[in-house]
Design a protein around this ligand. Structure first.
Ligand SMILES: [Zn+2]
Length: 292
């Protein structure tokens, strides 16, 4: 069984754990080298937590990343060459998995418009539109299975960008799964994550009600049968520096879905803008010429 050690990044606040045999020199989330070793036992996963294992290996992740670096209209030409040797880290990102039932009671008004043609006193016909609001209400129940990232290293939007993760294939956490990988400890507490989950759920329910009525007067969402579990999500992280700026790309370790930011070549952007301006100038000149 692998023995784990943990470190904290003083720049972004991420707490990373890894196999004791591994050397961790920099933080993959922000590129900082300001890492501080934590006390033994601190910042390590505990019992009752779950893990989703990688099904995309490093080679496959590299292929996906390489194909991605070749794409993009405005990326610097030499980017692909500069990146193919970059180090890649398989990291388990912590997330809360909330399962619950949302019971919603709603009331509102449905819009109905009628167009009528009436004959005025002067004998002329006019059409009028009348709007009527018909009160409607209802209630329903929906099961939810959601995850809310608990990461300090990645934002909620970054993790969402490579979702979904098949949470049903999660298994109990064991340190042996960490050999060759890294993991991050949650730095967002359960209450904060639960508020976020409720907010997401209310938004979902609101859009469901919106398909029933045009005007919502009451929207009451009650949460029952709540189950919570900490689950580690497999993510390949490609962190790289380009002209002193830190960029990263993320790959879902289960589906291979990639998301990331690429540097932009200023020359290419200026060239594109120049072409657009030129085309507009030619069109304007042609219009002027045909009118004159
Ligand atoms: Zn960091």
């Amino acid at each position: 069984m692998a023995e784990l050690k943990s470190m904290e990044c003083k720049n972004c606040g991420a707490q990373v754990f890894f196999d004791i045999q591994q050397q961790v020199m920099k933080c993959d989330f922000c590129g900082s080298t300001y890492l501080v070793e934590m006390d033994p036992g601190e910042g390590l996963p505990g019992e009752g937590e779950s893990i989703l294992l990688f099904s995309i290996d490093e080679r496959k992740a590299r292929d996906i990343f390489n194909a991605w670096t070749k794409k993009g209209l405005f990326k610097p030409g030499e980017l692909h060459k500069a990146l193919w040797r970059e180090k890649v880290e398989g990291t388990y990102i912590p997330a809360y998995n909330f399962r619950f039932t949302a019971k919603t009671y709603w009331a509102g008004d449905r819009k109905r418009t009628r167009t009528r043609t009436i004959t005025g006193r002067d004998g002329k016909q006019r059409t009028t539109t009348e709007t009527e609001w018909i009160p409607r209400s209802g209630s329903w129940e929906h099961p939810y299975d959601m995850f809310i990232p608990a990461s300090a290293g990645l934002t909620f939007e970054e993790v969402e960008a490579i979702a979904p993760f098949k949470l049903e294939s999660a298994r109990p956490f064991s340190t042996e799964y960490i050999a060759g990988y890294k993991g991050e400890r949650p730095t967002i507490d359960e209450n904060t994550a639960w508020s976020k989950a409720q907010e997401e759920c209310r938004q979902d329910e609101r859009s469901r009600v919106s398909s029933e009525v045009e005007r919502i007067n009451t929207l009451d969402v009650n949460f029952t049968d709540r189950l919570v579990k900490m689950v580690y999500l497999p993510v390949w992280i490609f962190g790289y520096r380009y002209k002193d700026k830190y960029f990263k790309a993320l790959i879902n370790g289960l589906t291979g879905r990639i998301w990331g930011k690429k540097p932009v070549s200023l020359i290419k952007v200026l060239l594109a803008v120049g072409i657009v301006v030129l085309v507009i100038a030619v069109i304007v000149a042609l219009i002027v010429a045909t009118r004159g």
